[in-house]
Ligand binder design. Sequence first.
Ligand code: PBG
Length: 328
Amino acid sequence: MSGFPELRMRRLRRTAGLRRLVRETRVEASQLLWPLFIKTDGRATAISSMPGVDQHPLSDAPHLAGRAVASGLGGVLLFGLPDEKDDRGTAAYAEDGVIQLAVRQMKQAEPDLVVVTDVCLCEYMSHGHCGLVRDDTVDNDATLEILTKTAVSHATAGADIVAPSDMMDGRVGAIRSGLDDVGYHETVIMSYAAKYASAFYGPFREAADSAPQFGDRRGYQMDPPNAAEAMREIALDLDEGADIVMVKPGLPYMDIVGRAKEMFGGPLAVYQVSGEYAMIKVAGAAGVIDERRVMRESVIALRRAGADIVVTYDAVQLANELESGLID
Ligand code: PBG
């Protein structure tokens, strides 16, 4: 017996129960990270380019932490919106900076919640670039010191994981030794290892008020046509001490996710970025696609491609759907 008509692939697709039984990929709430934008005060404000996503005041931090725990999420990923920006990124590492305060409040409210902090300078720099600018270019080596200070300040506040997203060379090694120097041997580093210079970040730059005031990020983020280079980036970050590596964006870069999983194993994260999220929400609202089904299919596809962890703005709603048995 080697084929049709004895063999029928459709047999196992006949009922929901059979499909579930042979399903190869599952999504759990514990594999989802929920990105949050935190500002110092005021009320929650909607981000028009990202339907369903708000900028939250610090005072919401305990409540947001509670929601993440109640939904069984893997954790939260925090982005800060400081009151003041300058050309040295001072607010990124201030002891009473918005992220440092948010981490403290969240850990106090929910000590078991995994709190991840984005380590980057673009939200804190008046020019919107991810590092120190000298002569109109981002100075790699001078930026490392500020990134390290920022990561250490997040760890001091209680962050479980620091996540550098700046794409400077050598930052993982610099941050690892900076953390170790002050005894934070247990702080985890999740590096945005293969982060592309992507147009899919458009809505985020409104959300985080971090659009570069001149030029673009192509001088430090990766060139979209390159895949072998992504494997080199990941290998280097692992060598420098990254505990988790990330590919970003998600759906348009699933080949990179697949290769990375095959070459390096885990743990591997992927970021369903603002543009991917917004496209699904907007097309759903326009009645062009079924928002919920497309959202779930996208996240399952990222898991199938090899991601252990998925960063998604939709984490809470996905978790609620998991709970009600819509996906497993
Ligand atoms: C900061 C950072 C960005 C994103 C995550 N961290 C923006 C950028 O690099 O321009 C994008 C996230 C998203 O689009 O959802 N450097």
